[in-house]
Design a protein around this ligand. Structure first.
Ligand SMILES: Cc1ncc(COP(=O)(O)O)c(C=O)c1O
Length: 398
């Protein structure tokens, strides 16, 4: 090991701010779908760094994209200048989606904040200054910044930091009368929803409720934002999760897997929305830099290939079948939900001890809320690895 792990401080003496509770292993290397810790232990990864490492670890194509971008010597230019990688990535995302334009930023929360600003800009231009409200869903998670947090349905995360962005109304998923009551032509700028709620426990929207969101937005001359930060870019077996729903948004946000582990977010817009946004309305120093954009182009092209997505669907079906069987066997499992390679195991007991026991057995999983074990393996996972991970889960849940 190149790192002198014995001299690393424990978390109590770490200089890193204690907003996280990191698990014990100290990871020093990755290969395929596995992480290796400083003791040489290998862990099968069903977490992907919370949905980020879609192409796993040590991917040759990603390494080539990094290397050739570095060899060109261009890591950053600022958005005062254009670069070929950002232009190519925006074109790629637009060509593969409903969108015409793309704004690049650095995280999921930033992508949502940008979407809110663009929606307000559009609504202000079209309907007057009262038209600034955002309607969000119960169970939603959109990020930790002041605007994104205001639309995140987690009172415990919100209260210590209030006041947040005003003007957010929450409605329960599938409650169409409540939706219709919350959305108004006079006050609503946009509705935001995750096509599959991630942190909320892996809950896919139904096509019917997605159509209701679209209809409510249209009736109020408001915009529909889909947050695909966690469920987008192949995770569900389609390049974009909205493609399962038969409903197109006006804006869509991406982040997690977009740049192969480098920080990057993106907000996709139709021309109708984009035309309301003027130079100077929004900006970020690092957004869409040539290194991250070069790597992201490789990610989007790889994941967008029909054969890649077909493999995600096949492995997803295998995983779903194994989990359905697990549900029959394990009394603590009350439901399994998901699609593609995004699954939640609903328990009638807390998830944290299950996550810890899986870690001890060499499998990385995360929780999503108090009682859901969340599975987000790399999209490149093999059939044998799906079975291996499910065997560990079966043992842990027995
Ligand atoms: C659906 C969704 N939106 C937004 C975010 C926030 O992304 P970030 O942590 O990159 O700010 C997350 C993070 O988990 C997410 O799952």
């Amino acid at each position: 090991m190149s790192m002198a792990t014995s001299t690393l401080p424990g978390t109590a003496h770490s200089a890193v701010l204690g907003v996280y509770r990191p698990a014990a292993p100290l990871f020093v290397a990755g290969a395929g779908r596995r992480l290796i810790d400083s003791e040489g232990n290998s862990y099968l990864d069903f977490a992907s760094g919370i949905g980020v490492n879609a192409l796993g670890y040590g991917d040759a194509g990603l390494s080539d994209a990094f290397r050739s971008a570095l060899e060109r010597g261009l890591v950053h230019t600022s958005n005062l200048y254009r670069t070929a990688p950002a232009e190519a990535l925006a074109r790629e995302l637009a060509d593969r989606s409903f969108a015409d334009r793309v704004f690049f930023c650095n995280s999921g929360a930033e992508a949502n904040e940008a979407a809110f600003k663009f929606a307000r800009r559009w609504a202000g231009a079209a309907g007057g200054s009262q038209k600034h409200e955002i309607v969000a869903l119960r169970g939603a998670f959109h990020g930790r910044l002041f605007g994104a947090l205001a639309a995140t349905d987690r009172p415990a995360m919100q209260q210590p930091f209030e006041p947040l962005m005003p003007g957010v109304r929450f409605v329960a998923v599938d409650d169409v009368p409540a939706l219709d009551a919350a959305v108004s032509p006079a006050t609503t700028a946009a509705i935001i929803a995750e096509p599959v709620q991630g942190e909320g426990g892996i809950k896919p929207l139904t096509p019917g409720f997605a159509r209701a969101l679209r209809a409510a937005a249209d009736a109020a001359n408001a915009l529909l934002i889909f947050d695909e930060v966690q469920c987008g870019l192949g995770r569900t077996g389609a390049l974009f999760a909205y493609q399962h729903l038969g409903v197109e948004p006006d804006l869509l946000t991406l982040a997690k897997p977009l740049a192969g582990g480098l920080p990057m977010g993106a907000t996709l817009l139709t021309e109708r929305v984009a035309s309301a946004v003027q130079p100077g309305d929004h900006a970020t120093t690092f957004g869409g830099g040539p290194l991250v954009a070069s790597v992201a182009l490789e990610v989007v092209q790889r994941i967008g290939a029909p054969a890649f997505l077909a493999a995600v669907r096949a492995r997803g079906a295998q995983l779903g079948n194994r989990l359905a069987a697990l549900r029959q066997q394990a009394g603590v499992v009350t439901e399994v939900r998901g699609l593609g390679l995004m699954w939640g195991i609903q328990l009638n007991v807390p998830a944290a001890p299950v996550v810890a026991a899986a870690l001890a057995a060499g499998l990385l999983v995360t929780s999503a809320g108090e009682r859901v074990v969340r599975l987000l393996p790399p999209l490149t996972i093999t059939a044998d690895e799906v079975d291996e991970g499910c065997d560990v889960l079966q043992g842990v849940l027995a």
